[in-house]
Design a protein around this ligand. Structure first.
Ligand code: MRU
Length: 364
């Protein structure tokens, strides 16, 4: 996507063909900083501390993390150790495990001497596929926005609510939930996006708003509790969110607060869609409540970071010194609340039958 007239992806290989470059997402929206990843530890740190985040981008970074780790040793035991280090970084997004497994299988199938070359080739493929898959999600999701526009008789604008950041920054490019938005904007459909702030890390305020602003798409930042009210007042035509892990039966795990939006959408008959690549489906799980939910630091809740009037980035505490916090980072929206899934292979109901219809090779 374009950032000030330059095209960027969220991760790319540096000029030496070995180091990996990323946009440090902890510095957005106030600073655009590119960081080089040189070692396995750099990649693990980037994932754990959320310099990169979003399920598909976590997977892509882990793939390159395996490349960086092999420099120290490329035996079968090294591959297992590197894989374990990366998988331990964040527990919920299944794309991490998916990418590491795919890399391990590719590496174990070749001789030790060929492993670094094979690793970079496979990581590059994962990234290219991610871009193509997300663009396809955009094309399929565009139909939903076009239908909403047609239902409005071509009047006004299509108002879409999204939660967290499932835009191009969360993937290698295009995004999942925002890919249909970008395609609809390209197609000339008037849009307005309601951007949930997404406390505690404010991915909506910091990342989604920044992305939409850069693409010139009309949007408003709203506090996390405003969505239900807007839906009651008929000001939301559809919701589109991403997911970190979707079970084989269509339960959707996504950023904390997604479930409440799905409940409000159901109560107000607002269609609630989830956009996801096939790599986000966990075919080993049926029950969404079996998904491990990442519990993050209390400090993310107790402190907020922002830019002061005189341009300094500062952190301030927002609760009494002695108040503790709980910080579950994700929640599960049962499939019954999901109107449909938008995948690279088309739309389907959030159900085992629906998913197996699109991905028959994964069905049992
Ligand atoms: O904690 P994060 O910022 O990694 O969480 C990201 C999300 O919840 C996204 O909605 C999800 O990964 C979908 S990304 C296309």
């Amino acid at each position: 996507m374009k950032v000030r007239e330059n095209s960027y992806r969220s991760i790319w290989l540096a000029g030496d063909g070995r180091q990996v470059e990323i946009i440090d997402q902890t510095r957005l929206p106030h600073e655009f900083v590119i960081v080089s990843l040189v070692t396995l530890d750099d990649a693990a740190h980037a994932i754990r501390e959320m310099l990169v985040r979003g399920a598909p981008l976590i997977g892509a970074t882990a793939a390159y993390g395996m490349c960086l780790g092999l420099v120290q040793g490329a035996s079968d035991a090294d591959i297992d150790r590197i894989a374990e280090t990366l998988v331990a970084c964040r527990p919920t997004a299944v794309n991490l495990r998916w990418a590491v497994q795919r890399m391990s299988e590719a590496l174990l199938s070749v001789q030790e001497d060929d492993r670094i070359k094979t690793a970079y080739a496979e990581a590059g493929k994962i990234c290219e596929e991610d871009v193509a898959v997300n663009e396809a999600i955009g094309v399929h999701g565009l139909k939903l926005i076009q239908d909403a526009w047609d239902r409005k008789g071509g009047q006004g604008e299509v108002r879409i609510l999204t939660h967290c950041n499932a835009g191009w920054l969360a993937t290698v490019d295009w995004g999942t939930a925002l890919a249909p938005v970008y395609k609809a904007h390209e197609a000339g459909i008037p849009l307005h996006v309601w951007v949930d702030e997404t406390r505690p890390r404010s991915q909506g305020a910091a990342l989604t708003a920044w992305e939409l602003d850069a693409q010139g798409i009309s949007h408003s930042l709203i506090v996390d509790n405003a969505g239900g009210h807007l839906m009651q007042r008929g000001q939301v035509d559809l919701c589109i969110v991403g997911t970190d892990r979707t079970t084989a039966s269509g339960d959707v795990c996504n950023k904390i607060g997604t479930y409440l939006k799905a409940l409000a959408a159901r109560d107000n008959k607002v269609p609630f869609y989830v956009a996801l690549p096939g790599s986000t489906i966990d075919w080993t799980l049926d029950d969404g409540f079996a998904i491990p939910i990442e519990e993050r630091s209390q400090d993310e809740v107790l402190w907020v970071s922002g830019k002061t009037g005189d341009g300094r980035i500062e952190e301030v505490r927002i609760a009494p010194e002695t108040t503790p916090a709980a910080n579950p980072a994700f929640d599960v929206t049962p499939s019954s609340l999901v109107t449909g899934l938008i995948t690279e292979r088309g739309l389907c109901p959030a159900s085992r039958q629906g998913l197996e219809g699109l991905f028959p090779e994964r069905g049992q």
